[in-house]
Design a protein around this ligand. Sequence first.
Ligand code: OGA
Ligand code: NM2
Ligand code: ZN
Ligand code: ZN
Length: 405
Amino acid sequence: MLTCRHLIGHLRRQASTAVARVLAPGYVEVQEDKGQTPLKYPQVWLRDNCQCPECFHAATRARKSHWERGPVNIKVAKVDYNQEHQKLEVIWQDQHKSSFDLAWLRERDFGEVARRRYLDEVYKPPAQLWGKTQFEAVRKEFNYQDVIQEDAKLQAWLEALAVQGFAILKGAPDDINVAKNLAERIGYIKRTTYGDVFEVKSKPNAGNYAYLMTPLPLHTDMPYYEYKAGINILHTLVQSASSGGANTLTDGFNVASEMQRLHPADFEILRSVPVNWFDIGHDGDALRPFHSIWRSPVICLDVEGRFARINQNTTKRDSRFTVPLEQAVAWYRAYDKFLELAHSEAVEFKTQAGDVFVFNNLRMLHGRTAYEDAPGNKRHLVGAYVDWDIIYSKLRTLKYPNAKD
Ligand code: OGA
Ligand code: NM2
Ligand code: ZN
Ligand code: ZN
């Protein structure tokens, strides 16, 4: 186990000119044994995160200090390491006292390795991008009942959704509640303008292209939502006996990554030019009419420049393209390359009754081949959505059941 040998505040450090460079004013360093890289913390951060009852309400894990101004001007007067209790003790210039457990500090290490570990293990498991040739290797199957009954299986399934971006559950019962039950097994279903669950089948007076028996081009659902569905759960109740009705799938993040590598200028266009995605209509007669619009590029990145969301749905792309003329022309060229790559990397498979095809709707492009629908030959899927906030939260409660702060 690591122990603290000594602890150096900047006041003490200033006495030694040689080390002042290493420990700039405003930081506190904890030097551990075994030649470990010292743990280093900003004083302002330590004060901001003082764990004493005056500053922190432990029962709600809530900071209750610094509500109006940040603690920028309060400096450390003295620091000490309490060997017996393994605590960093700080006395501030305003006489306030703080004490921090070494383990608590280590978990909040500002070092690069520790930050990466936290982001990959606790925040979000990194996505494993895949192309057509890797499909068999990344394809994971789970048993429906196992996922419903065993937490370890639920965790493995959610991890597959986070990492590979999709998974197939086998052996679901012939029950219209399967998609809903899975959503509720994770947490909460996402209600949308299409209801809490939706039925994908060939419908008279279809209000959505998905409700026809025509092919459905590679797409993500609901690009017209600012908060679009995180995952799509598609339960096959009845599969068409005709030759079509198979699903297509491609990893949109992988396509984006290939675009970035092969066509960087086009990548930049797809990352920056907003597209108008829209959905106007009503689903069935019982549900209220909707008029959804969300303007967003095809490729969306997060603050770290990582792929965050792909928007693509040819049937839901508005003819209103509210960008300057020239941008529109350049965008079409870039988009064409994106679609070409997406198609060249797409796989196809046909589910059977009892299969539940689940995928990350922020990442995967999916579609369907045409099928024949006739009285004696039906196809019937039931779908449901869940948001990633709910999924990651569930995953963390499974991985860290004893997490306190
Ligand atoms: C959809 C969809 C796939 C299918 O309804 O959005 O992608 O297999 N359906 O019918
Ligand atoms: N459904 C299946 O984005 C879309 O409109 C795709 C969504 C109708 C809920 C279909
Ligand atoms: Zn305090
Ligand atoms: Zn879809």
